[in-house]
Write a protein that binds this ligand. Structure first.
Ligand code: ZN
Ligand code: ZN
Length: 285
């Protein structure tokens, strides 16, 4: 009897990322960017014992994605998986956090327990030393499929094709392109121009517009939930805020209306002082 998959985005955004995915028998974390005690607290709400995690998958070598992986390994014995390029990049950083505590970091496996895992290379970051080799994920258990991609300058076509009709999709909607383009013409933001140019480049982040374009290929009647992720919001600083959930979700809702779909749009939260909390727990089959 195939189990449905469960998903909960524990945190999403430039301050920390972690997503829980489970088949009931197998429990995974995609990224581990929250401090360990916050991962444990948020897992306890759904409720999951951290000792029962079967693996942590690290998408790329940015701190907001790997921060507490070493602590989770050392304290709870959770195996850590990534690719060799990303492991090297993390260990080469002066700020590798607790990652040195990971013994026997493993390559991404084809499956953990009853969850099959496919990875797809995505363009992001300032080269191998900065980000390693960033990937997005496609998870499968029985007939249920979940896609997960954040931190991508572009979504490669083969990945978008493989994601078509997934039951749930975590997809980056980092910035509202008109906001970033306006800042790039405003001398008041000149100190941020090189960063903003990178964000808006093919190795930066996905905009709302790119997110919607990708979802145009991905969404079908099978898709029950979309989690717009890694939004640049709630910094409470106009220099850093390039998006907000309402703008991102209304762009997705417009696409859905055009396609005649009513896929649920699930709120994700950036970790900060006021808004940091997990998404709802969604079960798909
Ligand atoms: Zn990130
Ligand atoms: Zn990144």
């Amino acid at each position: 009897m195939p189990m449905p998959l469960e998903i909960c985005v524990l945190a999403s955004g430039s301050s920390a990322n972690a997503t829980y995915i489970s088949s009931g028998r197998t429990r995974l974390l995609v990224d581990c960017g929250l401090p360990a005690r916050e991962i444990v607290r948020r897992l306890s709400e759904i409720p999951v014992d951290p000792k029962k995690l079967d693996g942590i998958l690290i998408s790329h070598a940015h701190t907001d994605h790997f921060r507490s992986a070493g602590t989770m390994f050392a304290k709870y014995g959770v195996p850590v998986y990534t690719n060799p390029e990303t492991e090297d990049a993390i260990l080469g950083k002066p700020s590798c956090g607790s990652f040195w505590r990971v013994r026997d970091c493993r390559c991404f496996p084809e499956s953990v327990g009853d969850i099959r895992i496919e990875t797809f290379s995505i363009p992001h970051g300032g080269g191998a030393r900065d980000a390693g080799r960033p990937v997005g994920f496609l998870f499968r258990s029985g007939d249920a499929r979940i896609g997960h991609v954040t931190d991508a300058g572009e979504l490669p076509h083969d990945f978008a094709k493989a994601l078509r009709g997934v039951n749930a999709m975590v997809i980056e909607a980092n910035y509202h392109r008109p906001t970033v383009r306006r800042k790039l013409r405003d001398p008041a933001f000149s100190a941020d121009w090189s960063y903003l140019n990178w964000v808006d480049s093919p190795t930066g982040h996905l905009s709302n517009e790119q997110c919607v374009e990708a979802l145009g290929e991905i969404l079908t009647r099978e898709t029950e939930a979309v989690f717009p992720a890694h939004l640049s919001e709630n910094h409470r600083n106009p220099r850093r805020d390039n998006n907000d959930f309402e703008t991102a979700s209304s762009a997705i809702a417009l696409l859905e209306a055009g396609l005649g779909l009513r896929t649920r749009i699930c709120r994700t939260f950036r970790r900060d002082k006021t808004e940091g909390r997990r998404s709802e727990l969604v079960k798909v089959a």
